[in-house]
Design a protein around this ligand. Structure first.
Ligand code: GLY
Ligand code: MN
Ligand code: MN
Length: 442
């Protein structure tokens, strides 16, 4: 790690400590214990899904895969990490603490989790973050996941520290490299599985390390918003390719989508160019003070204008948005906060923790706040040809406004999504994803 990372990380911990201590004082707690979590077997099985620490822990320590660790934060002392390194010959224990992060903590290396159980008895007013099933025996009179504390800590996470920004910029570098490798395999006719494996190889990360399950969708699969399979069969005709795949850097996520096509699909290629312009226009509007709900509405208007210009729908953009027709083609939200978890916390509350529900018409919008400097969010407009939604549109009062032969001709290409990760600043937004692609392609 470069020495600048050590400094950024130390400042990150100081920053989080200051806000957490203030919160503990305000809420009357002496100390806080954050448990990293524990893998859980499937029912009647001795196999567990790959373990990942929850983000309330991973946003303090670059240990996203460390099980059964405990971070102790007291109002006065330095934070202390009870770092479990079991003497286990079945599994590889986590690496010992690294120089660049360990100075920010007092570290107790423990071989068994019973060795940190004593922490639970030391405080008068103790708050604990973790799962009841993992901690039931130790809890005693401690308060588990108190909502005011959880909400306050989530609020602090909405403004990213320098360290977090650096992590997400580096995660985007990894993702951009891997996206370009994936596109090459699409162009040479590879299967979804071959593309996926090329992505992982180029990222140097296995699927378990990535912040979410990659969506690797050829042709009509691109219209399945969370398409979850990766077919091993090579397509007889590779028409379009949507890949939504991220990367991890020290527990922080990139969440990137690109859509590709072959030049012979002229109409789809034109739509792709138009959506690229829409996405870039929206990214430029990511400035402090704007309402993300307003920007989501703007995205609907912009996408509706694409549908009108392509003569897919004979309605003005305003009419399309007003009537809800645009939602048949763009049914998800424009974006979400991103950080130590891909859909990061506190997107739908105000800074006092009061709910900010999305408008009834846009129930899937995950970010409803006004943006402020330090927020990092995704901007991911989409335009899809989803058979289930097209059937509903065909049954609606607006069916005769749609150029069905052209729309149905686009169904085998699935759809388009373009997704970047953008930092809000006092001035121009910083688009981590474009910076990463530009660095590689220059
Ligand atoms: N990859 C999940 C999302 O874009 O929100
Ligand atoms: Mn996303
Ligand atoms: Mn995504």
């Amino acid at each position: 790690m470069p020495s600048s990372h050590k400094l950024l990380f130390a400042r990150h911990v100081e920053d989080r400590l200051a806000s957490t201590r203030a919160l503990l004082g305000e809420l009357g707690y002496d100390s806080l214990l954050i448990h990293s979590g524990r893998a859980e077997f499937r029912l009647f099985d001795d196999q567990a899904p790959p373990f990942r620490a929850h983000a309330a822990f991973a946003s303090w320590l670059p240990l996203p895969f460390a099980e059964d660790c405990l971070l102790e934060i007291r109002v006065a002392d330095r934070p202390r990490l009870w770092f479990l390194q079991p003497r286990d010959y079945w599994h590889l224990p986590p690496s010992p603490p690294a120089d660049w992060w360990q100075d920010a903590f007092d570290i107790e290396l423990v071989e068994e989790r019973e060795q940190w159980a004593e922490c639970f008895d030391r405080s008068r007013a103790l708050a604990v973050i973790g799962r009841r099933r993992d901690l039931a025996e130790q809890l005693g009179g401690a308060e588990l996941n108190p909502s005011a504390l959880i909400a306050g800590m989530a609020e602090a996470r909405t403004v990213k520290t320098g360290w977090e920004r650096e992590c997400m910029a580096r995660a985007n570098d990894i993702a951009a490299r891997a996206h370009l490798a994936a596109a090459d395999v699409f162009e040479s006719g590879g299967s979804e599985l071959e593309i996926h494996l090329a992505y992982l190889a180029a990222a140097g990360q296995d699927q378990d390390q990535l912040p979410y399950n990659s969506i690797v969708a050829l042709n009509e699969h691109a219209s399945v918003l969370h398409y979850q399979h990766r077919s091993a069969r090579r397509p007889s005709s590779a028409r379009s390719f949507l890949i939504d795949a991220g990367a991890d850097f020290c527990g922080y996520a990139a969440d990137v989508t690109r859509t590709w096509t072959m030049p012979e699909n002229r109409d789809f290629d034109d739509l792709l160019d138009a959506m690229e312009r829409v996405q870039q226009g929206l990214c430029k509007q990511i400035t402090a003070g704007i309402s993300f709900v307003d920007l989501h509405r703007q995205a609907h208007l912009d996408i509706a204008a694409v549908l009108e210009q392509a003569e897919l729908v004979r309605m003005s953009p305003e009419e399309m948005v007003e009537s809800g027709v645009s939602s048949y083609f763009f049914p998800h939200g424009l974006g979400h906060f991103i950080g130590a978890q891909v859909h990061d916390v506190a997107g739908k509350v105000d800074s006092d923790g009061q709910p900010l529900p999305p408008p009834e018409r846009y129930p899937f919008l995950r970010l409803t706040r006004r943006l402020e400097p330090g927020n990092v969010l995704t901007v991911e407009p989409g335009l899809y040809f989803i058979p289930i939604l097209l059937e509903q549109l065909k049954a609606s009062a607006f069916a005769d406004r749609v150029n069905w032969s052209q729309v149905e001709g686009l169904v085998p290409l699935g759809g388009i999504r373009i997704e970047d990760n953008v930092l809000v600043t006092e001035a121009e937004p910083v688009n981590f994803t474009r910076q990463s692609f530009n660095r590689i392609q220059d």
